[in-house]
Structure formats: structure tokens, C-alpha cells
Design a protein around this ligand. Structure first.
Ligand code: AMP
Length: 450
């Protein structure tokens, strides 16, 4: 769970990258960083916090360069420390390389141990450093060759942007698990980003998605595309990007997140109608689906929870007590709306069950007569090894309890999850082109659990 961005241009890329990276902020709030190349050297700044905490107006004025990359981090491999923030940098055979990665390698520990035994000293505890190290090791003037050799070794999910002092490179794992979009800013240059919306925000046009296993190289001479291997795998795009992670305005691998979420709400009503007075979304992720549920059912949509937009993610708080407090601070029931009403509460997922249990209890305290819960993803029963922060199986409520038991635990009058078929239908792309391992346990790349 991270966001990456890159730009190659005739003009300075620092400010456009700052704006683009800010529009990926929802993908990670722990650290932010930019690396900018000016043909002679690469300068980098990174630090803990939001994009606007790390980058002051003076830095943006001082820095100049026509190629650059950026990263926002939500840690899924290695702890949340400054030394683990990105972009990373390395020096190899007279070149400077800087890299930013979204995803998770499943064979990271094996590769790292092997490299450590060979004498390699690491400066971080993240899998991305292994990737940069391997590319630097294989780099002898041909970056595509170095990336291909690295891709022979690394397994798992990766969308990567990399710069040399005058070249931008973007590549994606052979299954295209994590997203990466290619765009153009007319008369200026090329943009790559985790999400299409940042290309638009930077004034560009989205051209297409970078293909699974594709390596795109952009420099003064233009844009070249290479495929890692001729034989292509069936893509396995992460469905959780559409369920929860991507911004509503992102279109990734042919699926628009907002339209998908709305369709999920409609399908969920067909699969699990509720006889209630109001449809209430859990903001923000439940909003489009609640709209879909309301439009299909003709039950009025109402705002029943007020969100504190300045609170971070509830999910990542270390202890259960703190997690409960964080949900409370983040969302508060609107008593005047819910009092004496039968409501259906729509959210995108139940992971540990903390959020729904807490919200249902407080909606009842606020006077709701009945609270029915509808979830626009199937039960999360398997951990993700490819970069979505889901906890181990023992903490996943749906891996340990039946739907009836979960309903009791969270205190709902009824509970229903969208079916896997319903989810496929909502994407409008072929079901086999999606990674749904968190729901169905079918992992495109076998996890290595040491
Ligand atoms: P939980 O309280 O553990 O059941 O978490 C479910 C809530 O967290 C839902 O409201 C989701 O919108 C949100 N959520 C789902 N998956 C994640 C994730 N991987 N990271 C952060 N938040 C998440």
C-alpha cells in the first residue's frame, strides 16, 4: 500500500510531481519523498509525514530537473521508520539510480539472506532495497537488461518507477498485481502514476495502463516499450484496489473505482435486500456503494455518520483499545438522522470487525431502531502477501467465525456480504483477470511463509 509517480519532461518536473504525489496521499501517509534528475545528478529528499510536511515551498522553488519520481508510503514490509522511506538511491558504475516501489515481494527474505551471505550490507529493512540492489548489480550501461535479470529473481507484486540522471523507467510485475498508468502532458512530457487521477490533476491525459511485465523507458530520444518475457501470463489485478484502496476517480486496468463501487451497491441490494427506512454509508469508502444500494432499492440515502477528516487510518493503530478509540474519533453518529429509524449501514469491507462493531453499538446508542450491515466485498479470509495491509489469519474475523457469528459479534440485525460472482460482475472485466486471494485463497504467486 504505497503510491508512486514519475515524470520525464522538457520542463521542470518538481512542482508537477509534488502535485501528483499529493493526489496519491490516500495510498500512504507515513512518509513521502521525491528524487529529481537534472542530467548531471540526482537530488533526493524524503521524510516522515505527509507530502506537505516533507516539502516546503522553498524546496520546490530551489530544485530543478526534467526527470523525477515520487513515493508515499504505507508500510507493509519493514517498519515505519525514516530509513525505510523512499525513493531509494544507489550508485553503480558511474550512474546514480533512484527507485520507488509499490507492492510486496514474496521471496524477499530469501533474496536478502542470500545477498547478506555474499557480504551485502543493507541500509533499510524493506524489500524494495533488494530490487534496487539487484538492478545496480546487473547494470552495465543497459538498464532494460539489468531490470530483466532482476525480474528473473524477484517474485511477487511490484509496480516500480526508476530514474537515471536523464532517463525515466517504469515497470510492472508479470501479473500486473499493483496498478501503474501511463500518461502524457501535451507539449511537455510523460507521466507514470499508481492512479490515473494524478495524471489528470497534473494536466495530462491518460494514455493506457502499463502492461503486466512491461518495461517502459523514456528519455530524450522518446519512449521505448519492452516486454519482460514473450510468453504472457493471465493478468491478476488486485481487486482490493477497486474495493477499498484506489481513489474514487481512478480508472485502473479498465475499471473505474467509483462505478465499480456503485455497481457493487446495486448488486448487493439484489443479493441481500433490507427492509429499512434509510441507507447510511460508512464514509468515505462506503459512499458510492451506498448510493448504488439506495438507487436500486429506492430507499433514501442519508448521512448518518460524521467523519473527522483530519484523523489518520483507523486500521493501523497498534492495540485494540487504541483502534476502538480511533474509530470513535473518526466517525460519530448523527443522532438527529438515525433516531427511531431502521437503517442499513454500507461499508466496503470487514477485516478485524472493530469498525462495524463500534459503529453499530454507537448508532444504537444514538437511537437507531434496527441496524443492518451490508458489505461490498466478500468475507476477507486470507492475508494479502502482495502489499495490501491485511493482518494474519488469526486476526481476520471472517477467517475464524461464520457469518451468523460475525453478525452476533458486531451486533447487527442482519449481515450480508456481496458474493464473489457479484464482485466479478461489478468489475465488468473477466473474473480470471483479477487477484482475489484475500477472498478466495487463490494466490497468483505462491506465498513463501518462512
Ligand atoms: P476492521 O475494523 O478491521 O473490520 O476494518 C474495516 C474498515 O477498515 C473498513 O471500514 C474499511 O474501509 C477499512 N479497511 C479495509 N481494509 C483496509 C486496509 N487494508 N487498510 C486500512 N483500512 C482498511
Amino acid at each position: 500500500m504505497c503510491g508512486i509517480i514519475g515524470m520525464f519532461s522538457d520542463k521542470d518536473v518538481t512542482k508537477p510531481l509534488f502535485y501528483g504525489l499529493s493526489s496519491l496521499q490516500h495510498r500512504g501517509q507515513e512518509s513521502a519523498g521525491l528524487s529529481i534528475g537534472n542530467g548531471q545528478e540526482i537530488i533526493r529528499k524524503k521524510g516522515m509525514g505527509l507530502v506537505t510536511d516533507v516539502f516546503t515551498p522553498s524546496i520546490l522553488e530551489e530544485w530543478k530537473g526534467n526527470v523525477g519520481i515520487g513515493h508515499v508510503r504505507y508500510s507493509t514490509s519493514g517498519g515505519s521508520y525514516e530509513y525505510n522511506s523512499q525513493p531509494l538511491m544507489a550508485f553503480a558504475r558511474g550512474e546514480t539510480l533512484s527507485l520507488a516501489h509499490n507492492g510486496n515481494l514474496i521471496n524477499y527474505q530469501i533474496l536478502r539472506t542470500r545477498l547478506e551471505e555474499e557480504g551485502m550490507m543493507f541500509q533499510t529493512t524493506i524489500d524494495s532495497e533488494v530490487i534496487l540492489y539487484l538492478i545496480s548489480r546487473y547494470y552495465h550501461g543497459d538498464i532494460v537488461d539489468a531490470i530483466r535479470k532482476t525480474m528473473d529473481l524477484i517474485e511477487g507484486a511490484y509496480a516500480i518507477v526508476l530514474i537515471l540522471k536523464d532517463t525515466l523507467v517504469a515497470f510492472r510485475d508479470p501479473y500486473g498485481i499493483r496498478p501503474l498508468v501511463l500518461g502524457k502532458k501535451p507539449g511537455e512530457g510523460t507521466i507514470v502514476s499508481s492512479e490515473s487521477s494524478s495524471v489528470e490533476i497534473m494536466g495530462g491525459q491518460v494514455l493506457r495502463d502499463i502492461h503486466p511485465g512491461e518495461i517502459v523507458v523514456i528519455d530524450k530520444s522518446g519512449q521505448q516499450s519492452y516486454q519482460y518475457k514473450h510468453e504472457q501470463k493471465t493478468p491478476k489485478h488486485c481487486v482490493f484496489e477497486y474495493v477499498y484502496f484506489a481513489r474514487n476517480d481512478a480508472t485502473l486496468d479498465g475499471v473505474n473505482a467509483y462505478m465499480f463501487r456503485r455497481r457493487c451497491g446495486e448488486i448487493l441490494y439484489d443479493e441481500a435486500p433490507a427492509n429499512v427506512d434509510l441507507v447510511i454509508p460508512v464514509p468515505d469508502s462506503g459512499i458510492p456503494s451506498a448510493i448504488g444500494y439506495s438507487q436500486r432499492s429506492k430507499i433514501p440515502l442519508a448521512e448518518g455518520l460524521v467523519k473527522n477528516r483530519y484523523m489518520g487510518r483507523t486500521f493501523i493503530k497498534p492495540s485494540q483499545e487504541e483502534r476502538e478509540m480511533a474509530v470513535k474519533l473518526k466517525l460519530n453518529p448523527l443522532t438527529h438522522v438515525v433516531i427511531d429509524k431502521k437503517i442499513v449501514l454500507v461499508d466496503d469491507s470487514i477485516v478485524r470487525g472493530t469498525t462495524s462493531a463500534n459503529l453499530i453499538r454507537r448508532l444504537r446508542d444514538a437511537g437507531a431502531k434496527e441496524v443492518h450491515m451490508r458489505i461490498t466485498s466478500p468475507p476477507v479470509i486470507n492475508p494479502c502477501y502482495y502489499g495490501i495491509d491485511t493482518p494474519q489469519r488469526s486476526k481476520l474475523i471472517a477467517a475464524n467465525y461464520s457469518i451468523e457469528e460475525i453478525q452476533k459479534k458486531i451486533g447487527a440485525d442482519s449481515l450480508a456480504f456481496i458474493s464473489l460472482e457479484g464482485l466479478d460482475k461489478a468489475t465488468r472485466i473477466q473474473g480470471e483477470h483479477l487477484c482475489k486471494a484475500c477472498f478466495d485463497g487463490v494466490y497468483p504467486v505462491d506465498p513463501i511463509v518462512l
